[in-house]
Design a protein around this ligand. Structure first.
Ligand code: NAD
Ligand code: TYD
Length: 351
């Protein structure tokens, strides 16, 4: 094997797309997927690739330093692509500590284990940290996030991701560890846990449930197809400059309400409902505390330096995504049984 790569969080939404891409593209890389399988981790996301001979799954918690150190001793990884995280803003508002533990302590444990295992010989080694545009804070009507935009995180989630970014950079500057960081905008696509806007609303429309729009629905997000994020990670992993940061985004800004209306329209079509029927489910509810107004990524550096551009237009991407959720009812049913209902109750009953 040319490389042994630790991917953390590979059973989650983005991680599973990345693992699939790497396995299909690089038969000479051994991919070890480390995942705790929290509510968001789901091995069903990887059933089509789990038989690949160069793939191995390890269940474990990055917060457990002893376990992480032993894993590095056992496998002698060349590189780490770190995606494991608590990732949902609403959950971070309810319980920040879990976010600090996984996103900050867990990331530091991985860095320590990598540093010890690599014994200051960093030739051909890389720690790739996958982060979010939310570390930059909230934009007004104008402007976009650049790699040089000062950090200004405003939710416990984004603050924990910002902390982890800083710690990764500290290991680069202090110990000379080779690192890259990417900060990506909102992703959409198949296999996303239905707590996030797009899969949640697809599922609710299908089941004729209210669509809880926070505030006035005027907040803006910049949506990128998840496979394009995975492609960008692949490019940055191979060609990114040691110590650098790359912003990844789709140049695809939507207000929540406009996006929701597009989803309603496509769903009416797919479900054979009269035009406009699903829009009746829109229900304005109490806003999220500290709700960031607008995110927008300027991904010029990634385009100019590494030649990456998104491959899919949003109109096609959202249709494909809706089709996937409608065709994969069993996947959705399996994860919306059990604990999901109590999460939903707790999150939305009070709004
Ligand atoms: P996700 O919540 O779908 O998946 C996270 C995965 O991490 C799950 O499989 C979970 O089981 C695992 N995990 C959580 N805690 C763990 C722990 N303590 N030890 C080991 N594994 C653990 O998240 P996602 O949307 O796929 O996001 C992946 C990464 O990309 C995160 O770091 C997130 O901050 C970042 N990101 C996400 C988006 C987005 O739109 N979803 C955008 C930009 C960046
Ligand atoms: P989300 O998918 O949680 O991503 P993030 O907050 O990390 O950007 O939410 C996307 C947008 O949709 C955000 O502005 C909050 C809004 N939203 C709702 O209006 N209702 C909901 O039920 C959810 C989950 C999100």
């Amino acid at each position: 094997m040319k490389k042994t790569i630790l991917v953390t969080g590979g059973a989650g939404f983005i991680g599973s797309h990345l693992v699939r891409l790497m396995l299909k593209k690089y038969s000479d890389y051994k991919i070890i997927n480390l995942d705790k399988l929290t509510y968001a981790g789901n091995l069903e996301n990887l059933t089509d690739v789990e038989i690949f001979p160069n793939y191995e799954f390890v269940k474990g918690d990055i917060v457990d330093a002893e376990f992480v150190n032993q894993l590095f001793a056992d496998y002698n990884f060349d590189s780490v692509i770190h995606l494991a995280a608590e990732s949902h803003v609403d959950r971070s508002i309810e319980g920040p500590l879990e976010f600090i533990m996984t996103n900050v302590v867990g990331t530091t444990n991985l860095l320590n284990a990598a540093k010890d295992s690599w014994k200051n010989n960093f030739t051909n080694k890389l720690f790739y940290h996958v982060s979010t545009d939310e570390v930059y804070g909230s934009l007004g009507k104008e402007g976009m996030f650049l790699e040089t935009t000062p950090y200004d995180p405003r939710s416990p989630y984004s603050a924990s991701k910002a902390s982890s970014d800083h710690i990764v950079r500290a290991y680069h500057h202090t110990y000379g560890m080779p690192i890259v960081i990417s900060n990506c905008s909102n992703n959409y696509g198949s296999h996303q846990f239905p707590e996030k806007l797009i899969p949640l609303f697809i599922n609710n429309i299908k089941n004729n449930k209210a669509l809880p729009v926070y505030g006035k629905g005027e907040n803006i997000r910049d949506w990128l197809w998840v496979n394009d994020h995975a492609r960008a990670i692949d490019v940055i992993f191979h060609d990114g400059k040691n110590g650098d940061t790359y912003n990844i985004g789709g140049h695809n800004e939507w207000t929540n309400i406009d996006l929701i209306k597009v989803m309603c329209k496509v769903m009416d079509e797919k479900l054979g409902r009269p035009v406009g029927e699903s829009e009746n489910l829109i229900t304005y509810v109490t806003d999220r505390a500290g709700h960031d107004m607008r995110y927008a990524i300027d991904a010029t550096k990634l385009k100019d330096e590494l030649g990456w551009v998104p491959s899919l237009q949003f109109e096609e991407g959202i249709r494909n995504t809706i089709e996937w959720y409608l065709e994969n009812e069993e996947w959705m049913n399996n994860i919306t049984s059990g604990d999901y209902e109590s999460y939903y109750e707790q999150q939305y009953a009070k709004r």
